[in-house]
Design a protein around this ligand. Structure first.
Ligand SMILES: Cc1ncc(C[n+]2csc(CCOP(=O)(O)OP(=O)(O)O)c2C)c(N)n1
Ligand SMILES: [Mg+2]
Length: 679
């Protein structure tokens, strides 16, 4: 490399540093130090290795780049702008401002080129593992001898905080077990977190040995500014195909500034004086701020031509592939568009009451297996609970090291990583992912559930053992507050079907409404299959609530129930009828879907004139006042459950016909009195 090339390289690296420092300075908020330390690594990765086309951020065979340390977002925004994505210098100047395309942390779907939303540490790390799993499955499905249609890397930069988070250990352990050779991760080992030096809480000097124990190849770069070594290490990572690689790079937060190597460089602007000193030290013009030397811009913008050529070359290879394998090529387009194969829903089971009661988890397993046989892009698994959650795809193989064709994923007992991996699989493209565990353990994976909702990505989360009705395992396993906690997440659709046919419709909804995540909440215990000739059709599930069993004249009381409590509501309705009390039963599998209906529909299901409304749900009562008002009543659970056979626990906590009838009668009396008082 000659002197002018060296100079261009230095200028290119410093451009990233000062775009970050200037943007944080202008916003008076953000994280300048990390991009400053990482700039050389990012430069070499993006300039020499990253296969991408800035003009088409969705090109299927691009390398994926994840900034798991999302607080260093200015690093990513700088790279996106410099290499020619649809992001301008003006956008950079609007860093962290209302409505800007450069929010505090990278947000998927908001800024072109951002592959996933990061910020909550550890999530990006695990997303990448999901992307690599999706990639391996697609490679196994599509690649043929001499035709490597799927051939890209997943790169990720992780920080000290990422390395401390438990989810990282979960995901790394699985990635090693699966031998995900296309994963190339960087550990930004700068020895600093917010409170100070990492050894305040992290004396794990040997992250290297930890990752080796996980089955990773671990490489070490002692100087974050030594680009030749970093380049060499990345090449070494490329040549290891059977293990993921972690490249540990010793960097210096706030490089070049008076705050270098201190926590002060992490999360606040450098300040006018220090910024000036840093610019002087690194030989950077003080004015103008946001300075991008023209030769630097054209140097980075070579990515445009290179990217276009790379994609063109791939398109040509794909055309040859399509000629030789027309059926696979057709599948490819379907997979990438997230389409369901024609006739996917033809043989869906129609459950008959004559078959006897059936747990909704069991019905779900039947539906899932029927559709999976026709949807090769549907893959998923559970966190070591496939037999209990009924999510095993029979005869469709296991996804294992060295054999990535199988469609059953074994996450091990790693719920948190499972959630983020599912997100990553969807974000990679080509996959309809689902994952399962007990509803109680949704708590173990709440961060990725929330991020799925924030990103509006259609991941299907399957949660069984959904109430105290699960029985003897007791209060540690019996969900109480989980339903309302999940319903509280914006953009989330929670569906708790009443019986087998509603469960079928819940899956149909989850697979056809690909606008955001769906949570299926299923019972362990058997529930009756509701007679479709006698009651309202389960096909109404997509309206969120419907009249399951109505009355000719307005009922004296409306019983609203979800999931396994719907059968209880129906039994109570019969008992009330024996006492000449008229009631209707509304099945309400999804409050979110009901909320989205036109007012006219809502008023039809819950007429405003009828104040006697009684909700029955074996979970926290929170939230139900929205539907029953202050006058109505809720039979719910305001305590933890108890270890006992399911029916006994249910009975003792108020889920009996007798208790429902008593509440209904009292409610009718109370609402009548209050109406009289008003008159
Ligand atoms: C799950 C989670 N917990 C806490 C935070 C708040 N936070 C942001 S960065 C950070 C740690 C900073 O240290 P490091 O990860 O080493 O990043 P660096 O300062 O070196 O860039 C913390 C605790 C977060 N973003 N995510
Ligand atoms: Mg750090």
């Amino acid at each position: 490399m000659n002197a002018s090339q060296m100079e261009l390289q230095d200028l290119s690296i410093n451009t990233i540093r000062f775009l970050a420092a200037d943007a944080v300075e202008k916003a008076k908020s953000g994280h300048p130090g990390t991009p400053m330390g990482l700039a050389p690594l990012a430069y070499v990765l993006w300039k020499v290795f990253l296969k991408h086309n800035p003009k088409n951020p969705k090109w299927e065979d691009r390398d994926r780049f994840i900034l798991s340390a999302g607080h260093a977002s200015m690093l990513l925004y700088s790279l996106l702008y410099l290499t020619g994505y649809d992001l301008t210098l003006e956008d950079i100047k609007q860093f962290r401002q209302w409505g800007s395309r450069t929010p505090g942390h990278p947000e998927y779907g908001h800024t072109p080129g951002v592959e996933t939303t990061t910020g909550p540490l550890g999530q990006g790390f695990a997303n990448g593992v999901g992307m690599a799993m999706a990639q391996r499955y697609l490679a196994a499905y599509f690649n043929r001898e001499g035709h490597k249609i799927v051939d890209h890397y997943i790169y990720c930069i992780a920080s000290d905080g990422d390395m401390m988070e438990g989810i990282t250990s979960e995901a790394a352990s699985l990635a090693g077990d699966l031998g995900l050779g296309k994963l190339i991760y960087f550990y930004d080992n700068n020895h600093i977190t917010i409170e100070g030096p990492t050894d305040l809480a992290f004396s794990e000097e040997n992250v290297k040995k930890r990752f080796e124990a996980y089955g990773w190849q671990v490489l070490v770069g002692h100087h974050g500014t030594d680009i030749d070594t970093i380049e060499h290490l990345i090449k070494q990572a490329h040549s290891e195909e059977r293990k993921p690689s972690l490249i540990i790079v010793r960097t210096h937060i706030g490089y070049g500034s008076p705050k270098q190597d201190t926590a002060a460089a992490h999360g606040a602007m450098l300040g006018e004086e220090d910024l000036k000193l840093t610019k002087q030290k690194l030989d950077w013009p003080l004015e103008p701020s946001f300075y991008v030397p023209p030769e630097v811009l054209s140097h980075y913008r070579e990515a445009l031509k290179e990217g276009e050529e790379a994609e063109k070359e791939w398109n040509m290879r794909f055309a040859k592939y399509a000629k030789e394998f027309p059926k696979l090529a057709k599948d490819w387009h379907k997979f990438m568009a997230g389409e369901l194969s024609e006739g996917w829903d033809k043989d869906l089971p129609d459950f008959d009451p004559k078959g006897g009661p059936i747990a909704t988890r069991t019905a779900s397993g039947e539906v899932l297996n029927t559709v999976a046989a026709k949807l090769p892009n549907l893959i998923g698994g559970s966190a070591d609970l496939a037999p209990s959650t009924d999510t095993y795809l029979k005869g469709l193989g296991d996804f294992l090291k060295g054999d990535h064709k199988g469609r059953n994923l074994h996450f091990g007992v790693r719920e948190h990583a499972m959630g983020a991996i599912l997100n990553g699989m969807y974000l990679h493209g080509g996959i309809i992912p689902f994952g399962a565990t007990f509803l109680i353990f949704s708590d173990y994976m709440r961060p990725p559930i929330r991020l799925a909702a924030l990103m509006n990505i259609p991941v299907v989360f399957v949660y069984t053992h959904d109430s105290i009705g699960l029985g003897e395992d007791g209060p540690t396993h019996q969900p109480v507050e989980q339903l309302i906690a999940l319903r509280a997440i914006p953009n989330m659709t929670v569906i708790r079907p009443a019986d087998a046919n509603e469960t079928r419709e819940a899956w149909v909804y989850a697979l056809t409404n690909r606008k955001g995540p769906v949570i299926l909440v299923l019972a362990r215990q058997k529930v009756p299959v509701l007679d479709q000739k006698k009651y309202g059709s389960a096909k109404n599930l997509n309206k969120g609530a419907y009249i399951l069993s109505g009355t000719k004249n307005p009922p004296q009381v409306i019983l609203i129930a979800t999931g396994s409590e719907v059968a209880l509501a129906l039994a109570s309705q019969e008992k009330l009828a024996e006492q000449n009390v008229s009631s209707s039963v509304v099945s309400m599998p999804s409050v979110e879907l009901f909320d989205a209906q036109p007012q006219e529909y809502k008023d039809r299901i819950l007429p405003p004139s009828i104040k006697a409304r009684l909700v029955i749900e074996a979970a926290s009562p929170k939230g139900w006042r929205d539907y029953v008002g202050l006058e109505g009543d809720v039979i719910a659970i305001n305590r933890f459950g108890a270890s006992a056979p399911g029916p006994v626990a249910m009975e003792n906590l108020g889920f009996s016909v007798e208790n429902v009838v008593n509440h209904a009668l009292a409610l009718i009396k109370k609402t009548k009195e209050s109406t009289n008082t008003v008159q």
